[in-house]
Design a protein around this ligand. Structure first.
Ligand code: FEO
Length: 171
């Protein structure tokens, strides 16, 4: 069954939101790299790839359901942050916002009785739990160590080990 115009509209909006997230994390990655925090830069770059994969998962779903993909402009993102902590706090706040956007999509899917879309969105609902927790974990460590101690260099090293694996392909 083809998706309704309403579902098509909210899913296209979500594709844009995921791509905007990717853009923001790429900007954070570049900022961290310039500041010499290669581990944070790596973590953010993996985040960029994750967001891109999220956008593609929704875009492919629209296509599979014979909907029309409408790619809107991606708004500009910030290019600098006051500190690693403020960057990570912004990451956490942003992920909470994405969670509410996904929840809104889910509500529209239920209201439209589009259970296939609702099922697809369940993957995102679970993913958001992890997205929020990942950012919070780093915030907690930064608050304990401060940004000028050896602890932050240890954290930076640890974040440098993060690699991208496309979880959107997992059921
Ligand atoms: Fe695609 Fe970070 O949510």
């Amino acid at each position: 069954m083809k998706i309704s115009k309403k579902i098509e509209e909210v899913l296209n909006k979500q594709v844009n939101a995921e791509l905007w997230s990717a853009y923001m994390y790429l900007s954070m990655s570049a900022w961290a790299e310039n500041k010499g925090f290669k581990g944070f830069a790596n973590w953010m770059r993996v985040q960029f790839h994750e967001e891109t994969s999220h956008a593609l998962k929704i875009l492919d779903f629209i296509l599979t359901r014979s909907g029309e993909v409408k790619l809107e402009p991606i708004a500009a993102v910030k290019t600098s942050w006051d500190s690693l902590l403020s960057m990570m706090e912004e990451t956490y706040e942003h992920e909470c916002k994405v969670t509410s956007l996904i929840n809104q999509c889910y509500e529209v899917a239920l209201a439209e009785k589009d259970y296939a879309t609702a099922t697809m969105l369940q993957w995102f609902i679970e993913e958001q739990i992890e997205e929020e927790a990942n950012a919070l974990e780093i915030i907690d460590v930064l608050k304990i160590t401060g940004e000028k101690s050896g602890g932050v260099f240890y954290l930076d090293k640890k974040l440098g080990h993060r690699t991208f694996s496309d979880d959107t392909k997992k059921e």
